[in-house]
Write a protein that binds this ligand. Structure first.
Ligand code: AMP
Length: 465
């Protein structure tokens, strides 16, 4: 890529305060409203340079605070040269790969810009275009968009991107994964060359570097912890289990231990649907989110997941990208992913914003090579543990227990089940105790012994959750 003048690891930055970063008073007030006390490392490092007008190449995962790292200084950049937006135009264009991520970034701009008179719009596919075209009619300061729908609206002359002053490309690697690279290049080709560009990617495959090269001018490069390093706040463990026993083990885990917000990862859409049905059959309130779901279905599932009595969310990898919920207590890998980096990304859904979290992976005989690949990437082994009923003893260290989450009080966090004679989802909002009792212990499920004796140490009592 264009040789950066500087390359810094964001993690090496000393703690500072938002007030020292040069942000306006309107933004400082909005940050106080949000309850942000101190900037995250990527924010400390990036914000002063973006304010100074520099291009940025950020290698950062979600959960690091990267949205604020670009949104905050851009809002102040807009304020430096206040002007009324022109019809159908925007001054800041943010490209994001998924609707969920686009919607979240839009929400973040609205929240941070609430005292700055900011106008923002979001456009993505899968919903009618009329409201989006209307939102752009008089122009906005900030437009957040997925590439396909943006090109659609541009070709219909409902959006005009020829006067964009600031471009943000978020999750560039996911754009590549999802086949949007051609659309992205087409969009960038229509933008003014004289602009400030901020480019973010969680991983750096060669194509991402090429794309960055073609878009950035002498960028500052900021890196957060590489993807092979999951947050220290996530406690990882693996459970060896025969494929046919996985469902029963999951039900047991959810009933007895994994309370609070839980995301269960399945590899395929079909698998996610099946698991969703199986959990509901077992009386566990669940919701599924994957690429075949309509926008309305996804929004409904996410809203339920953010509620005080969340269903278990069964998700595929692509759908889970962009789920921005801070207090996810547990991630369960029902199936191990083929790509070790995906494991790191999945477990990054928990242990966010400084909170603790637990990630449990089910591993059957066929999946052993995937586990080996993950451990190689992590450069450490993942401790094995037993099924829940064997799991937690009084003498266990405190750090190994599932924790009470700040956003989901313990009394609300017990798994809602729908046993015989119980109302179905009726207990969600009413606080009626009959709908939310903790389930009686499930019949013990035999967990298969490790299918291969290759790693006997795994069966020792090194419980991690
Ligand atoms: P992001 O990496 O942009 O997806 O942000 C992850 C989460 O961290 C979001 O829910 C933000 O609201 C939250 N967040 C971002 N910056 C801060 C901060 N400085 N202090 C506390 N929370 C933050």
């Amino acid at each position: 890529m264009t040789t950066p003048h500087d390359s810094v690891s964001a993690d090496a930055v000393l703690e500072t305060s938002f007030a020292n970063l040069g942000l306006s008073e309107a933004l400082l007030r909005a940050l106080a409203d949000e309850g942000y006390a101190t900037p995250t490392p990527i924010q400390s490092k990036a914000i002063p340079h973006v304010l100074a007008g520099r291009d940025l190449f950020g290698c950062a995962q979600t959960g690091t605070g990267k949205t604020a790292a670009f949104a905050l200084p851009l809002i102040d950049r807009l304020r430096e040269t206040p002007r009324k937006p022109e019809p159908r135009r925007c001054r800041v264009l943010v490209l994001a790969p998924t609707r969920e991520l686009a919607a979240q970034i839009h929400q973040s701009f609205l929240a941070y810009g609430r005292h700055s008179g900011l106008r923002a719009a979001v456009i993505y596919g899968g919903v009618g275009q009329q409201p989006q075209a209307r939102a752009m009619q008089h122009g906005v300061d900030v437009l957040v968009a997925t590439p396909g729908r943006l090109l659609d609206l541009v070709s219909q002359r409902l959006v005009d991107i020829r006067s964009v002053e600031f471009l943000v490309l978020d999750e560039a690697d996911r754009m590549l994964d999802m086949g949007f690279i051609h659309d992205v290049r087409k969009i960038v080709g229509q933008l003014p060359r004289d602009r400030q560009t901020l480019f973010f990617s969680a991983t750096l495959p060669a194509e991402v570097r090429d794309l960055a090269d073609s878009m950035l001018r002498s960028p500052l490069e900021v890196r957060t912890a590489p993807r092979s390093t999951p947050a220290e706040t996530v406690t990882q463990s693996v459970m060896f289990v025969a494929k046919r026993e996985k469902k029963a083990l999951l039900v047991k885990l959810l009933r007895e231990e994994a309370t609070g917000r839980v995301i269960v990862f399945a590899r395929t859409k079909h698998g996610a649907d099946k698991l969703h049905r199986d959990l509901e059959k077992a009386g566990i309130d669940a919701a599924a989110i994957h690429g075949n779901k309509s926008q309305a279905q996804r929004e409904k599932a996410l809203a339920a997941f953010k509620s005080p009595q969340p269903p278990v969310l069964v998700a595929t990898d692509i759908a889970a990208r962009g789920i921005d919920v801070d207090d996810v207590a547990h991630v369960v890998n029902y199936e191990l992913p083929h790509e070790p980096e995906t494991y790191v990304h999945r477990i990054g859904r928990t242990g966010r914003a400084g909170q603790t979290g637990a990630a449990v992976s089910f591993c059957d005989a066929e999946e052993r090579p995937r586990l080996v690949a993950i451990e190689r990437l992590l450069k450490r082994s993942i401790p094995a543990r037993n099924e829940p009923s064997e799991g937690h003893h009084a003498d266990e260290p405190e750090a190994s227990r599932p924790r009470e989450r700040s956003g989901v009080p313990r009394e609300n966090s017990s798994r809602r089940t729908r046993g015989r004679g119980r109302p179905g989802r009726g207990g969600r909002d009413s606080g009626r105790s009959e709908g939310r009792e903790r389930a009686a212990a499930a019949p013990a499920t035999a967990v298969a012994a490790p299918p291969q004796p290759a790693k006997p140490a795994r069966r020792k009592h090194r419980r991690a959750l």
